[in-house]
Ligand binder design. Structure first.
Ligand code: SAH
Ligand code: SF4
Length: 346
């Protein structure tokens, strides 16, 4: 897909033509200009040549059919992954990638172990949402239920969104724009490993977008051993930036905590975590560690998810300390589409 020339191709046409074209792409999710029958045949052909709408992707559907993974091939042949999660309550969440790979190298994360290739453009970010809107459009015909579209977007795919700040923000504004996707800001979430300058900048944007922080450990010693970025941005400084964000926006902040067996799931970790996050507008999202494909080197494959017994004990301590928390439902672990399982396949 390449819409860079859209305005240029339509510059000699009346202004409303551009609106029609945008509506066709971002509201009706056409995948070929031949579907835009309100344009002349010549114009449709010109648009197909100069603003192609095709998205190259391989698709995997989970056994429960509630999650779909797309491996999208970009113009330079690099690949990214995005996932659609269909919730029972009708929400359709797309988990988008913001980079090809990730430079931060968290030890538990498949993307982190693949290294970093490049940032995605804002077009490449929104292309992922377009892809699943088209998917849902066809899906709807198949099972003949109500019209479906992408309702929520989370930046929890490959990459660190706050290291690609400008493109991520540009994409958020397009997702939010009424003339484009019209997805409410409160239905968009950004997850970061804790890039302090970006958290500060994000506080100033005047957006109602949700912020999530990947915490995963209640102290620097442990966090550093899992997330190398903690050396540059230690916990205290990250939480200070988060407090600044809360002061400015008065919005809740979610702290993600992945349960890794024998690493961060002890009673002591729970007590330490409770102390750390016992603040207004903080809440914890607990995630079971998803096994990541063995990369055959270093730390790969050494982690395991915590037992459910351990998780329950951990949760009981949080409860006793009156910490607000939720546990994330696991989508798509059979198609390697769960958090931290995003990998580059070439
Ligand atoms: N780079 C950003 C966003 C992408 S990762 C960040 O780190 O926040 C999205 C979420 O998946 C993060 O909370 C990340 O820590 C988590 N994650 C990474 N690897 C995981 C794994 N193997 N199992 C479960 N969650 C994982
Ligand atoms: Fe990058 Fe997030 Fe994975 Fe860490 S968890 S390596 S920051 S994608």
């Amino acid at each position: 897909m390449d819409l860079n020339n859209l305005e240029k191709v339509l510059e000699d046409e009346p202004r409303y033509r551009l609106k029609q074209a945008r509506k066709a792409v971002f509201k009706n999710f056409i995948s070929d200009w031949s579907e835009a029958i309100f344009f002349t045949k010549d114009l449709r052909e010109k648009l197909n040549k100069e603003c192609p709408l095709g998205i190259k992707a391989d698709v995997l559907v989970s056994k429960r059919e509630d999650s779909v993974k797309a491996r999208i091939t970009l113009k330079d042949n690099l690949q990214i992954e995005s996932v659609l999660m269909k919730h029972l309550d009708g929400r359709n969440t797309v988990c988008v990638s913001s980079q090809v790979g990730c430079p931060l190298g968290c030890l538990f994360c498949a993307t982190g172990r693949m290294g970093f290739k490049r940032n995605l453009t804002s077009d490449e970010i929104i292309e992922q949402v377009i892809f699943f809107n088209r998917w849902l459009k066809i899906d709807r015909h198949r099972v003949s239920i109500q019209a479906q579209r992408v309702t929520n977007v989370t930046y929890m795919g490959m990459g660190e969104p706050f290291l690609n700040y400008d493109n991520v923000l540009r994409a958020i504004r397009i997702l939010n724009d009424k003339e484009y996707f019209d997805i409410g800001a409160r239905l968009i979430s950004v997850s970061t490993a804790g890039i302090i300058e970006a958290i500060k900048k994000f506080s100033e944007e005047g957006l109602q977008v949700n912020l999530a922080i990947s915490l995963h450990a209640p102290n620097d010693k442990l966090r550093k051993s899992l997330m190398p970025i903690d050396k540059k941005y230690p916990l205290e400084a990250v939480l200070k930036a988060v407090d600044g964000y809360i002061k400015k926006t008065n919005r809740q902040v979610m702290f993600e905590y992945v349960f890794i067996k024998g690493v961060n799931d002890s009673d002591e970790c729970a007590r330490e975590l409770a102390k750390l996050v016992k603040k207004p507008l903080y809440y914890v999202n607990l995630i079971l560690y998803n096994a990541t494909p063995s990369a055959g080197s270093g730390q790969a494959g050494i982690f395991k998810p915590s037992t459910s017994e351990r998780v329950e004990k951990f949760k009981a301590i949080l409860k006793k300390n009156k910490i607000v928390f939720s546990q994330r439902y696991r989508f798509g672990d059979d198609i390697q589409a769960a958090c931290g399982q995003f990998v580059i396949h070439r």
